[in-house]
Design a protein around this ligand. Structure first.
Ligand code: LLP
Length: 432
């Protein structure tokens, strides 16, 4: 059994990904190498799109949270699949625009958008702002007025939900840097303020409870709390939201011990509660948006490395050092994130060798994964780290002046470069 159905082994005993021999790809493109299975990305986008239309109703669409993996090609794919995108900076907006993405379908997030970003986004015709603060509302209104426009806005509301996820990626509780809380009464003032601005059109509400969330229950709680809030505002002001955006966060299986979430079924469960809840509060069903990032791209990704050294500390521990590290995947260093690791050119051999996979950066915390069991690797073997499609390329850095690896896309039996490997000249381009 493989962790995802795009992974297998072939007659040479090599690991395959999206039907490709990974060892051959490593030879062709060099390592470190990010691979992305375009067909898997599209499949996931369609699962969300179909399930959301079916269980939430017409006009409900997924918004791809592009912070999970942001480069031109991915926006093109989102455009072709007819889904929205979540952008969080002028850089992501610029990348989307450069790819020809129609940003009227984009939602602009962030807890501290700069004036430069606000001006740029309004000028380029961004679809929606997800306003995070009172100050931001005022800035949007002023800028929209200056440009002679009315800007659509959702309000980021903090529902007060405590998720069972890493605290660095939980966002739904009152003590959060994001959004305005219902519990303190400030969310109501936030809505009132938005309704008072002439150049703001309030389109609805947004909430996001966290990332890597496995239970539909969390989203059901969010629906419950947000629809109660909507009723409260409606009773006091008459305002009825057109959109309710539930944020992102469905979890992904990185290792066998984690669940393999059934996205469609989870959406169905949330949809049933939504219908019921809308009846209860006497409001029409809003258009529902969800913002999956990780669950669209994570298992569409894999990273390949070449083994340099195998250090065996007698009677203690083994270190396998690869030619990348925390510069292309900082997630273990940041979140103790779990990953499945395979020796790609020995994929059918017994996995008896216990070791830690470490990078080549100059610090001890540069670990990709601790204590994994793999087929014993030696110099020049290929190591595959699975499920790296989300928050790897997008969080990569040039620490130690390492060059970022390329992103190679795999689709329908064809491989192509979506992002080139950085060159030494790229590293010094801005140095004077
Ligand atoms: N919507 C909003 C407003 C968000 O803040 C996020 C993620 C998403 C959607 C997408 O959530 P997803 O479906 O990907 O779970 N760097 C961390 C994850 C940070 C998530 C930040 N916000 C990691 O590598 O685990």
């Amino acid at each position: 059994m493989q962790i995802c159905n795009n992974i297998d082994t072939n007659e040479k005993g090599n690991l395959t990904f999206a039907g490709f021999d990974t060892v051959e790809l490593a030879k062709k493109y060099g390592t470190p190498l990010y691979l992305m299975d375009e067909d898997k990305i599209r499949e996931k986008m369609r699962i969300y799109k179909n399930a959301m239309t079916k269980h939430f109703g017409k006009g409900s669409v997924p918004i791809y949270a592009s912070k999970a993996a942001s480069f031109k090609r991915i926006y093109k794919i989102a455009e072709e699949e007819g889904i929205g995108v979540d952008v969080v900076s002028i850089g992501e907006i610029y990348t989307a625009l450069s790819a020809g993405y129609d940003i009227k379908n984009a939602f602009f997030h962030g807890n501290n958008k700069t004036l430069e970003e606000i001006e740029f986004a309004i000028e380029k015709g961004i679809g929606y702002f997800v306003a995070d603060s009172f100050e931001e509302l005022e800035k949007i209104n002023t800028e929209a007025k200056k440009q002679g426009k009315t800007q659509k806005v959702l309000l980021r509301i903090t529902p007060g939900i405590d998720t069972h996820t890493n605290k660095k990626i939980a966002t739904g509780n009152v003590d959060s840097k994001f959004g305005v809380a219902i519990a303190t009464g400030q969310a109501y003032d936030f809505a009132q303020k938005a309704l008072s601005y002439e150049n703001i059109e309030l389109s609805g509400y947004h909430c996001h409870v966290g990332s890597q969330v496995f239970d539909a229950e969390t989203f059901i709680d969010a629906v419950d709390i947000m629809m109660d809030f909507a009723r409260d505002v409606e009773e006091k002001t008459g305002y009825v939201p057109e959109i309710l955006n539930l944020g992102g966060g469905f979890g992904v299986r990185y290792v066998y011990s984690q669940p393999d979430l059934d996205i469609e079924n989870s959406i169905k469960e949330v949809g049933e509660v939504l219908t019921q809840k809308c009846k209860e509060v006497g409001l029409p069903k809003p258009r529902i948006m969800m913002e999956p990032g990780r669950s669209i791209v994570a298992d569409a990704g894999m990273t390949l490395y070449t083994v340099g050294t195998v250090k065996q500390i007698k009677n203690f521990k083994n270190y396998v050092a690869i030619d990348g590290g925390m510069s292309d995947n900082p997630r273990f260093a940041l979140y103790d994130a779990e990953y499945t690791v395979i020796t790609a050119n020995k994929a059918t051999l017994p996995k008896h060798y216990r070791c830690s996979i470490v990078g080549k950066c100059c610090e001890s915390g540069d670990i990709i994964q601790e204590d994994v069991h793999i087929a014993k690797p030696e110099m020049n073997d290929i190591i595959a780290v699975l499920t790296t499609g989300a928050y790897n390329y997008s969080m990569a850095s040039n620490y130690n002046r390492l060059r970022k690896p390329p992103v190679v896309m795999l689709s329908g039996g064809k491989d192509y470069v979506a992002v080139k490997r950085e060159t030494l000249d790229d590293l010094i381009r801005n140095d004077l």
